[in-house]
Design a protein around this ligand. Structure first.
Ligand code: COA
Ligand code: ZN
Length: 303
């Protein structure tokens, strides 16, 4: 069976927008549980301004703990600029992700730089991270639509992808930041991007705002993509992109993969336990579209 590679982004993309401030121990427990469930790649935190994102203020403490507890884990840290990279490197991070939005205004809202400057800074950050021996991911955000500028042109996405590829980013993540993509658009955009880059350098990142995230993941899979971001329980949302709801839920993606003859290495049963844990921590109901059914199945088997 063919394997899909999933990066669980709940500890960063998932938690960054939660109204409840989550403590370091809870974050570490979430990561421990994801690793125990079979997740091999996690977006653990971000080294951003603590004023912009208070939830990620403990990144410098979290990374060393994760490195000690899970030496084999791919634990990525999002960095918006060189200062973020310096902080991540000092904390012992082995993988970073830069975030370049494909439109002017989204960059301004997110990292206070226009598109041209954000492209240069992302490029420099990737090059410096590679020089330091780190693994690199580059998000191309709002790759379908921008909450401020409307539809994003494929040309703009192409340019961002090409610049990040030239800089040497190992994995370029095409992100539907506000969850507005459709399977048709995903298929068209990824088919075009795959003409220039091999599938193992591209990943996709979907949000489930319109209930189409699983369908979009399937369209990406059909186009040849094997690397997916997802978030356990569908936890997520971007504080700087109005309308961005939760991420594609890891449990929905894993169920879709298994039902279609792919493996992920991730245990659905363990994911359900993590959702229970996260619901207590975040004090709200969580779970992807398939969770009600998955829970029912589990209680049937138990009884
Ligand atoms: N980590 C921590 N602090 C940082 C930082 C980083 N990566 N980059 C800059 N800062 C600090 C500066 O040292 C300065 O601190 P001071 O006020 O104590 O002197 C302050 O932030 C302002 O610096 P400046 O370079 O002018 O930044 P800015 O105000 O233009 O903000 C970002 C730019 C990138 C730091 C900020 O917009 C940010 O952190 N955005 C992250 C958004 C995010 O996480 N989005 C989700 C990802 S999709
Ligand atoms: Zn996201």
């Amino acid at each position: 069976m063919e394997r899909l590679f999933i990066t669980d982004v709940a500890p960063r993309d998932g938690l960054q927008n939660q109204p409840v401030l989550v403590g370091l121990d809870t974050k570490l427990t979430l990561i421990d549980r994801l690793v125990a469930a079979g997740v091999e790649s996690i977006e653990a935190t971000s080294f951003v301004s603590p004023k912009a994102v208070p939830q990620m203020a403990d990144a410098g403490e979290l990374i060393p703990r994760v490195r000690t507890q899970h030496p084999g884990l791919r634990a990525s840290a999002l960095v918006p600029n060189m200062k973020g990279l310096e902080r991540a490197h000092a904390a012992g991070a082995e993988e970073i992700a830069v975030v370049l939005s494909a439109t002017e205004i989204m960059n301004l809202k997110n990292i206070n730089m226009g598109l041209a400057q954000a492209t240069d800074v992302s490029e420099q950050t990737v090059r410096e991270a590679i020089r330091l021996g780190l693994r690199t991911r580059a998000y191309v955000a709002v790759a379908f639509d921008c909450p401020f500028e409307g539809p994003t042109s494929l040309d703009a996405v192409h340019t961002c992808v090409a610049r990040m590829a030239e800089a040497g980013a190992q994995e370029i993540v095409i992100a539907d930041t506000i969850g507005s993509a459709s399977p048709g658009a995903v298929s068209e955009r990824l088919t075009a991007l795959l003409r220039d880059l091999p599938a193992d350098r591209l990943a996709v990142h979907f949000h489930d705002t319109r209930g189409m995230a699983v369908a979009n993941a399937w369209a990406a899979l059909q186009a040849g993509i094997r690397r997916f971001d997802a978030s356990v329980g569908g936890i997520g949302g971007c504080p700087f992109a109005p309308g961005a709801a939760g991420n594609l839920a890891t449990e929905d993606l894993v169920l879709m993969a298994e039902a279609s003859g792919y493996t992920t290495g991730i245990s659905l049963d363990s994911l359900l336990d993590i959702i229970d844990f996260a619901e207590t921590a975040l004090q709200r109901p969580l779970g992807g579209r398939s969770v009600a059914w998955q829970r029912k199945q589990r209680s049937k088997i138990a009884s």
